[in-house]
Design a protein around this ligand. Structure first.
Ligand code: FES
Length: 109
């Protein structure tokens, strides 16, 4: 595992997301409505839109452009027009730090 610091736990509000770049990969750090933190590929698979600029609803994030929602646990789109998943990365909470391993995605595109 090659986890690296992505941001602080408190840098992300509940039901919101921040964009970070790790090893040249755009990653959305998302805090779901229950307060759990997820890391997924930030770029919508339907277009070059940053998912962190979208809306977090429950355990999914919605692309603001055309409304596809992606499950935070799996990266899979839940509705069209996107039909390909975004990668999901392992998150480790170390004190106040959010660590993410972008080299070994839990799910592949
Ligand atoms: S660019 Fe995200 S749904 Fe179209």
């Amino acid at each position: 595992m090659t986890a690296q610091r992505a941001c602080g736990v408190n840098d992300v509000a509940v039901s919101s997301a921040v964009k970070v770049e790790l090893d040249g990969i755009a990653v959305a750090i998302v805090k779901d409505s229950a307060g759990a933190i997820h890391a997924i590929g930030d770029t919508c698979t339907h277009g070059e839109i940053s998912l962190s600029e979208g809306f977090v609803e429950g355990d999914a994030i919605e692309c603001w452009a055309h409304g596809s929602q992606f499950a935070l646990a799996t990266g899979k789109p839940m509705n069209l027009p996107a039909y390909e998943p975004v990668p999901v990365f392992e998150v480790t909470i170390d004190g106040d730090d959010v660590l993410v391993d972008v080299q070994n995605p839990l799910t592949q595109q």
